[in-house]
Ligand binder design. Structure first.
Ligand SMILES: [Zn+2]
Length: 78
C-alpha cells in the first residue's frame, strides 16, 4: 500500500486529507498537520481563502453524508 492513502487530520479544515497533501507545521501549541491547499489559500489572500473555505464545507457535507450512508448500511445488514 502506498503511503499516499494515509489520512491525516487537518487542524485548519477539521477534516482528514491524504498525508502527501499536507505539511507538518509548528504552532504555539505544538506540531500540527495542515494541508498545503489551505496554506496556499491563506498566502493568496482573503478571496482564495474564502473560496477554499467553501470547498471545505462541501467536503464536510460529503463526509457526513457518507458517514450516514455507512451507518444506514450497517443497520440494514442486521
Ligand atoms: Zn486542510
Amino acid at each position: 500500500m502506498p503511503m499516499a492513502t494515509e489520512q491525516t487530520y487537518c487542524y485548519h479544515c477539521r477534516i482528514h486529507h491524504p498525508r502527501n497533501e499536507m505539511r507538518l507545521i509548528v504552532t504555539k501549541t505544538g506540531k500540527r498537520w495542515r494541508c498545503i491547499k489551505s496554506i496556499e489559500a491563506t498566502r493568496q489572500g482573503p478571496e482564495a481563502r474564502e473560496a477554499y473555505g467553501r470547498q471545505v464545507s462541501e467536503i464536510n457535507k460529503a463526509e457526513s453524508k457518507s458517514r450516514a450512508q455507512r451507518l444506514n448500511n450497517l443497520l440494514q445488514e442486521k
